[in-house]
Structure formats: structure tokens, C-alpha cells
Ligand binder design. Structure first.
Ligand code: 5GP
Ligand code: MN
Length: 352
């Protein structure tokens, strides 16, 4: 039995808001991932089956890796179709904000969303959401926003509208945000939710392969190169750093999404407790951090890299050169571990 965790008064409020409206916009964070697109598409699909005029609007383009999702072509990205995106947000009588906690995470859409006086409903699992939502369904301990969308639909007695398409979208986000149920995966409810979605004939094996195990040859080669040549270990600080320059990305014909998952890999080495990945993008250095246990990488990303995220998975942007970003990381090591020398080595040993 899946326990209801959302306050029934909150569920009633969402129900009440839904009853009174026809046009609904659903949005999610920049550089959307499987959870962002999975949760928005699933909710959109269910709301359409409920007779609503619902649309998903994203701040920017989605990665090619998610184009397998059902009805994904209906997603309107602000950077690709600005006029349409604008029209939908402006006409919305209700806006669902999924998988983000702060306005800057939806970039230019933020202004449009705030200019519309209609109610905003947050469904999210990031810490400390900004107070700009009329209804907040915020559970930082949840595995994914997709799990929360399932729970909202369950508590609203709308699971009958979750068909195969919606189930595929929801399971995708649960898989991608937990590394196929490898982390944030201790809640037994997750497996009941998964079973319920699988009963809708999602094709789990296919879904896993599409969502988590499809890489271009260029991407495989880039990741191999990064692991072999670019992974630095900092044994005293139990840290790992991988840095990829713009030239290296070009050499491997880099496309968005090609470095996905790379930051997780060093955590498999015994002794590595946190891992940082830096990528030299055109406008900034993209920083991704992962950790195990209580080591809070979201605090690091907030303080040093204009970002944030979860305790064990966070990211941000560094505005400066790649060398400055690396220097900032090494300075951070000194601050976190005073009096411990910053020595790094390439990964030749088996443990650190
Ligand atoms: P990734 O490293 O995969 O880009 O992001 C991991 C997690 O960190 C995301 O789910 C998101 O919660 C958070 N994150 C990534 N980039 C940013 C950023 O620029 N700002 C904030 N606030 N969070 C980010
Ligand atoms: Mn998420």
C-alpha cells in the first residue's frame, strides 16, 4: 500500500484550482532532464485526458536523448518557438512548475510566468523553494518529481487516467533521477509505484535502454577519454575532478547530453566521496557535482558556482576561464580541508 504523504488540504486546493480552469501551462527547469520532461509530459497527458487545454513549455531545447518519449514533439521550447511559448504562458489560467525551486532556473520564462497573475502550483524535490507559489508540493526527500506527480495523481484519484504513455514518462524520470534505482532509492513505496506503472505495459527494458543506456559512439569515446586521461584524484580530500576543455569537446564532436553521467563514475572508486565535473561551454564553465553520504554538494554549488541542487547531486555555472574554475575548486579543497595539502594524481591506483 503506497502511503499518502501529501497533506489532503493541499490536494483539495489543487483539485479546486483545476476545477475552475481550462488553459494550463506546465513548465520545468533549463536543460531539462528525464525527470523534468517525464513529469511535465505525464501531467500534461493526464490533464488533457481530463479535458483540459494543457501544454508543456520548456525554457530551452531538450536533449536528443529524450526524443523517444511519447508525445515529446508537443513540447514547446521558448528558445525554439518563442511566440508560441509566450502565448501559452500568457493565456494560462493555472501554471504548474515542475522539478525546479527557483525562478532563475526557468531563465526567460520566469518573467512571463510572474507577469501572469494566475495561480502557480509547485511540484518539486529540491530544497528551499522560493516563496512564489500558491500551492507548494515540495518534498526534498522524494526520489524525483515524477514520483511526486504519481503521488499527486494517486491522492486526487486520477490514476485511472495514467495510461501507458503517462506511465512511460513517469517511470523514465524515476529511473533517470535515481540512476535506475541505484541512489535515492530506499523508500519501498518507489517499487510499488514502479510496479503500478509497469502494469501499464511500459516496456521497462526498452525504456531503460532508451533513457539510460543509449550513447553515440562519439559520446562513448569522449567518456572513455575523460576517464582515462582527465580524471584527477585528490586522495586526502576524497575528491575527484574531471575537466573537459572546449577543444577536447570539439575533438569528440560533442553534442548536448554527451557527457551525461560522467560525473557519477568516479564515485565507484572506493574512497571517493565526491566528484566534480567541469565542462567548458561557450558562455560559462558548467559544473556538476555528485557525492555519497552527508557531503552536501548543493552547498558547494550555491557558494562557489552560482548553482544549487540536491545534497548528493548538484550543479552550477562558473563565469570565468576553465583555469579559474579549477583554481576555485582547489581553493575550495583548502577551505574544506585546512592544512591538508592539495595533491592530485591521475587514476592509476585502485583505491584512494
Ligand atoms: P547536473 O549536474 O546533472 O547538471 O545537475 C544535477 C542537479 O543539480 C540537477 O538536478 C539540479 O537539481 C541541480 N543543478 C544543476 N545545475 C544547476 C544550476 O545551474 N543551478 C541550480 N540551482 N541547480 C542546478
Ligand atoms: Mn528531478
Amino acid at each position: 500500500m503506497i502511503q499518502p504523504i501529501i497533506d489532503s488540504r493541499v490536494i483539495d486546493k489543487v483539485q479546486h484550482l483545476l476545477n475552475g480552469v481550462k488553459s494550463i501551462a506546465i513548465t520545468c527547469h533549463l536543460s531539462p532532464d528525464g525527470d523534468a520532461i517525464g513529469s511535465t509530459l505525464a501531467l500534461c497527458h493526464v490533464l488533457r485526458r481530463l479535458g483540459k487545454d494543457a501544454n508543456v513549455v520548456t525554457p530551452d531545447m531538450m536533449p536528443r536523448s529524450l526524443l523517444f518519449l511519447p508525445d515529446v514533439r508537443s513540447v514547446i521550447s521558448f528558445t525554439q518557438q518563442e511566440a508560441r511559448a509566450r502565448k501559452i504562458i500568457e493565456a494560462a489560467q493555472l501554471i504548474f512548475c515542475l522539478d525546479f525551486n527557483a525562478l532563475h532556473r526557468i531563465d526567460k520564462l520566469g518573467q512571463l510566468v510572474m507577469a501572469n497573475p494566475c495561480p502557480r502550483v509547485l511540484i518539486d524535490h529540491h530544497v528551499d523553494p522560493e516563496p512564489m507559489f500558491d500551492v507548494m508540493i515540495s518534498f526534498p526527500d522524494a526520489s524525483s518529481t515524477c514520483e511526486l506527480v504519481y503521488r499527486v495523481l494517486m491522492q486526487m484519484q486520477l490514476l485511472k487516467l495514467v495510461d501507458r504513455w503517462a506511465a512511460q514518462c513517469l517511470l523514465t524520470g524515476m529511473m533517470t533521477d535515481t540512476g535506475n534505482f541505484a541512489y535515492n532509492c530506499e523508500d519501498p513505496d518507489l517499487y510499488e509505484i514502479q510496479a503500478s506503472l509497469m502494469r501499464r505495459k511500459v516496456g521497462r527494458q526498452w525504456l531503460y535502454n532508451m533513457a539510460m543506456n543509449t550513447f553515440s559512439a562519439d559520446s562513448m569515446r569522449l567518456q572513455g577519454y575523460a576517464m582515462d586521461q582527465k580524471m584527477k584524484l585528490y586522495p586526502e580530500q576524497h575528491a575527484s575532478l574531471i575537466v573537459l576543455t572546449a577543444d577536447e569537446l570539439k575533438r569528440y564532436n560533442y553534442k548536448r547530453g554527451d557527457s551525461e553521467g560522467l560525473v557519477n563514475k568516479p564515485l565507484a572508486i572506493p574512497g571517493v566521496e565526491w566528484s566534480v565535473f567541469m565542462r567548458e561551454d561557450p558562455e560559462y564553465v558548467k559544473v556538476s557535482c555528485r557525492s555519497v553520504g552527508d557531503f552536501a554538494v548543493n552547498d558547494i554549488c550555491t557558494k562557489y558556482f552560482n548553482g544549487g541542487g540536491h545534497v548528493n547531486a548538484a550543479g552550477g555555472e562558473f563565469y570565468g576561464t576553465l583555469d579559474q574554475a579549477v583554481a576555485t575548486f582547489e581553493q575550495l579543497l583548502l577551505e574544506l580541508f585546512p592544512n591538508v595539502p592539495v595533491n592530485n594524481e591521475t587514476a592509476t591506483n585502485n583505491e584512494i
